[in-house]
Ligand binder design. Sequence first.
Ligand code: ITT
Length: 203
Amino acid sequence: MKRLLIATHNKGKVREYKKLLSDLPLEITYLDELGVEEEIEETGSTFEENARIKALGYARLTGMLTWADDSGLEVDALGGRPGVHSARYAGQGASDEDRYRKLLAEMEDVPDEDRTARFRSVVAIATPEGKVWTTSGKCEGVIAREPKGHFGFGYDPIFHLPELGKRMAELTPEQKNQISHRGEASRKAKKLLKELLESGELG
Ligand code: ITT
């Protein structure tokens, strides 16, 4: 069976992807399982660029078909920040909670009607020979004033979904997957991957 590397160190993402891709004829592995410690630097200025850089970089490094995503939170009142810097927003070694607390503090004086935001995700699939494909997804919401919920990861406890009346972190993994940016991008990427496998394009 062909192997697919999920190129992430984020355990939340590994969990979500293993589940999503479990019915494909692929053996799924991930960086920590392979013991890959090299970091591919995310030097792009968009999610699309960074997803391509990550997928191609790890595909070349490992010689494996590779799936990577770049994702993050765009807050309108902050001109789209933290955006591609979402993981580094509170500096090296900070926790998910440090990051969302910092964002709540930065947003303290922003009125309710201006607290709109969205999660974005781009998934890239790359071969060691340098072929790469991408898909994208987004999820609209509002930055809440205090955290709630214990599911998910990252900024989920402060990301409010007005239509559901809930935080992202109050949704079960299945519910989150149905409406999330990563769910959308990865369903499209899964369809693409299936077509590529069936067409023989991946060898
Ligand atoms: P890899 O690069 O190893 O995949 P990462 O955590 O650094 O893992 P990103 O570069 O894509 O991932 O950064 C995304 C950050 O954006 C992530 O660390 C979270 O802080 C935030 N984020 C992305 N998707 C999220 C989600 O579904 N829920 C909450 N926060 C999310």
